[in-house]
Design a protein around this ligand. Structure first.
Ligand code: 5AD
Ligand code: SF4
Length: 455
């Protein structure tokens, strides 16, 4: 009997930079390419197709792309000498913002594709690999893209679900309104259908994604649907046991949404709510549309309905004109609120944004000094938050096997990673785990037979 040889899979190397939107988009690009015979490789040197899914939010993120292209050039040349091709594709926000410049600066790049054109990847790649160098960026709408993308193929019990894209807020430091365009919300029924399909494939926890996720205003079966109506509909999907959402804007934290944190058990007690600064003058210059008191009030009201809620945020230090005492106001806000997690950045001037041409740009030394002070305080708070879980019994979602036999990996309601002793639990189960120890980054524990605390 002769055995038929399967065609060699084509190898796809993907690198994702930046935010969770990009992580989601990379998954969707993989879903588009899998039916064409592409399989993921971890090694760029043996890839037929390379996709760099880029981020434009800070200068450093953009610089990384060019240095990575430089590294790929050598692999591409070596493969060419062996008679093999390598199609280098730049996707994401750098592609959107600097497509032409990339093509000019980096001739080894075959294809530049913006975030709204991922459903067109198969035909673009086919054309690009015939050496036609191609650029396709903003010529599609978000709706066209979502309609054309294939069914999801999640490979775990947690998944991102994109519900909203773009931003109309125009914070003066930020490129997102320019790279990702105006706010767009997917229709409610499409989102719910995607959540059902994910649940059918074993997903138990979904994280709703959008640059301004809580500004969601989609079309529902009975007209306009708000974010809380969407959350209500998603909470009714059997199989989905946990819901999270990111990233939110303070001014979109409606009374209904705050109340829902106290009433909807599937909504996890964790919220990423960027504040950026504790100084009202700086917040105004940032065009954030909220001040410190407004932010503090949201936190007070959230804690009134959900006292254990874990809070996470973003900070920018060294925004143009930021004085030492204004930075001190940021430190004070951190002390007052108490965060379980945070992402802090030095201000990075982005071409074309209003803040880039503001007077009083802060020196690199002052930015570094402020960032270090802020990071020290935030890590202390994060450690304290994790430490406070020790001896508690938490309901943990099992996401896979741990590093050692008999160990599992899971996620607490507060989004902390936990390794725990248990040989029986299956991925997707929610099991009670007694937390035994904590570090700044994660928890360890042991499976309990008792019922977990309500969380
Ligand atoms: N410089 C530094 N940080 C920035 N962010 C956005 N734009 C800039 C910039 N120009 C940060 C904000 C935002 C997060 C996603 O990135 O804190 O919330
Ligand atoms: Fe950027 Fe501000 Fe929009 Fe967030 S809300 S994406 S920081 S412009």
């Amino acid at each position: 009997m002769s055995e038929q040889k399967r065609p060699e899979p084509k190898r796809l190397f993907m690198e994702t930079y930046g935010c969770q939107m990009n992580v989601y988009d990379s998954e969707r690009m993989r879903d588009v390419l899998t039916p064409l015979g592409y399989a993921i490789t971890e090694k760029p040197d043996d890839a037929d197709l390379v996709i760099l899914n880029t981020c434009h939010i800070r200068e450093k993120a953009t610089d990384k792309v060019y240095s990575e292209i430089g590294r790929l050039r050598a692999h591409k040349e070596r493969r060419a000498a062996e008679g093999k091709g390598m199609t280098i594709t730049i996707a994401g926000c750098v592609a959107q913002a600097e497509g032409e410049e990339i093509m000019r600066r980096a001739p080894e790049v075959d294809l530049v594709v913006g975030p709204q054109a991922y459903h067109k990847l198969p035909e673009l790649i086919a054309r690009a690999s015939r050496k036609m160098g191609e650029r396709l960026a903003a010529d599609f709408t978000a709706q066209e893209k979502f309609d054309a993308l294939p069914a999801r193929a999640p490979d775990g019990v947690t998944a991102f679900l994109s519900i909203q894209e773009g931003c109309d807020k125009f914070c003066t430091f930020c490129v997102v309104p320019y790279t990702r365009g105006a706010e767009y919300s997917r229709p409610l029924t499409d989102v719910v259908a995607e959540a059902r399909a994910l649940a059918d494939r074993g997903v138990r926890e979904i994280t709703l994604l959008g640059q301004n996720v809580n500004a969601y205003h989609g079309v529902g079966p009975r007209g306009a649907a708000s974010f809380t109506e969407l959350l209500d509909a998603l909470a009714q999907v059997d199989g989905i046991k946990r819901i999270r959402y990111t990233t939110s804007h303070p001014i979109e934290m409606t009374d209904e949404l705050i109340a829902m944190h106290g009433s909807e058990a599937k909504l996890m007690p964790y919220l990423h709510l960027p504040v950026q600064s504790g100084s009202d003058r700086i917040l105004k210059a940032m065009n954030r549309k909220h001040d410190g008191a407004f932010y503090r009030d949201i936190i007070t009201r959230l804690r009134a309905v959900r006292p254990d809620i874990a809070l996470s945020t973003d900070f920018i230090v060294g925004f143009p004109g930021e004085k030492e005492r204004e930075f001190e106001e940021t430190m004070q806000l951190v002390r007052d609120v108490g965060f379980a997690a945070a992402y802090s950045f030095k201000y990075s001037a982005r071409p074309g944004t209003p803040a880039a041409s503001m007077l009083g740009q802060v020196s690199e030394e002052a930015k570094t000094e402020r960032l270090n002070q802020l990071l020290a305080l935030l890590s202390e708070q994060q450690r304290a938050f994790n430490q406070a879980q020790v001896e508690r019994v938490l309901p943990v979602l099992v996401v896979g096997n741990g590093r050692k036999p008999g160990q599992k990996q899971g996620r607490t309601p507060y989004a902390q990673g936990v390794h725990f002793e248990d040989s029986q639990a299956q991925s997707g189960d929610i099991v009670p785990v007694r937390i035994l120890a904590a570090t700044q980054g994660s928890l360890t524990g042991v499976r309990q037979t008792l019922t977990p605390e309500a969380a």
